[in-house]
Design a protein around this ligand. Structure first.
Ligand code: NDP
Length: 315
């Protein structure tokens, strides 16, 4: 294992939180190094149109928004690198972060902006049909199901967004919702309910998939456990999960306080963690808002706190 140069401000993750932290940290002359992780640009590169990020009155694609943020960080000479943080030792200072299991950086301040990853239902069939009809990203894989019937599982904004996107490509989209109502925002609900080729199946749960050479259908249960419980099968070729996310905090959990789901706990209205000089920004520390704009804001706060911390330390 090779030890690389010490870094004043190490940022891990490249969603809106990570890039915004890089913009602020580089403008404050902290000479930040940002490792982009497995999915440069983060989850937003896989969404469609973003209509609620301020400054884009006509909307902007997730991919474009992240490219803009990245370029803005580069403009101030942020050192953006490919690489995945694979281990940490936060029991010593400067903190030790291993990248790609190969080299170790010493960081005088650390901003964790590793985001969150899509959840699956936990059905054995999700594994069995991985890459053969099961997906957690409609914008990545929807193209393969043009003019076919598909299903999306979930009742939140993501599920509605995915269903709407797929409705433009596919013949029919089933939206499988476990409750009797959608959790999504009103505007998304209205769009989904007003789209002719989306059929919302309220109070349904997917319990399995079937098909010879890929997904050909899903087994559903309506009103599971009730007296009028009903088992039905739907014919579909694509099965899309949109049931939320879990935080990417695994490599930090040994040293940082997290909640029962794994979200890093931050102090009050700040991105400070339980360790001095370690800050958490964006979805990895936010089970509540999960918005690009709130992630960006917390990345900004993290960089400001990192600067204050380094100044106090005289570094
Ligand atoms: P949410 O947590 O909001 O919704 C998850 C959905 O999946 C809920 O309907 C939930 O059901 C359902 N679900 C969870 N687990 C299961 C399960 N095991 N079986 C069946 N259904 C399940 O996640 P989202 O990813 O949709 O959204 C996260 C955040 O991001 C939200 O704050 C949302 O507003 C935001 N967002 C905003 C967008 C925008 O503004 N354009 C776009 C996308 C996301 P139940 O309701 O029963 O719990």
């Amino acid at each position: 294992m090779q030890t690389n140069e010490p870094i004043r401000c190490l940022i891990i993750g490249s969603g809106p939180a990570g890039y915004t932290a890089a913009i602020y940290a580089s403008r404050a002359n902290l000479k930040p190094v940002l490792y982009e992780g497995m999915q440069p640009g983060g989850q937003l590169t896989k969404t469609t149109e973003i209509e609620n990020f301020p400054g884009y009155p006509k909307g902007v694609s997730g991919f474009q928004l992240m490219a803009d943020m990245r370029n803005q960080a580069l403009r101030f000479n942020a050192d953006i690198r490919y690489g995945v943080a694979t281990a940490t030792d936060l029991s010593v200072y400067p903190y030790k972060i291993t990248i790609d299991e190969e080299h170790v950086h010493e960081a005088y301040s650390l901003i964790i902006a590793t985001g969150a990853t899509a959840k699956f239902l936990g059905l054995a069939d999700e594994q069995r049909y991985a890459g053969m009809g099961v997906s957690a990203c409609a914008t990545c894989d929807g193209f393969f199901y043009r003019n076919k019937d598909v299903a999306v599982v979930g009742g939140g904004d993501t599920a509605c967004e995915e269903a709407l996107y797929l409705s433009g490509l596919c013949k029919k989209v089933y939206l499988i919702v476990r409750k009797a109502h959608l959790r999504a925002s009103k505007i998304m609900q209205e769009r989904v309910l007003g789209t002719a080729n989306i059929e919302v199946l309220f109070e349904h749960n997917a319990v399995g998939l079937f098909g010879e050479n890929g997904v050909e259908g899903a087994h559903l249960v309506k009103r599971s456990g009730e007296a009028d419980e009903e088992k039905i099968d739907i014919a579909i070729h694509g099965f899309f999960l949109a049931i939320g996310h879990h935080p990417n905090s695994e490599i930090f959990k040994k040293h940082l306080e997290t909640d029962e789901t794994g979200y890093i706990i931050t102090q009050g209205n700040t991105p400070k963690t339980n360790l001095p000089g370690v800050f958490a920004a964006g979805d990895v520390a936010d089970p509540n808002y999960l918005q690009a704009v709130t992630a960006a804001a917390s990345g900004c706060k993290a960089a400001i706190e990192a600067e204050r911390f380094l100044v106090e330390k005289g570094l």
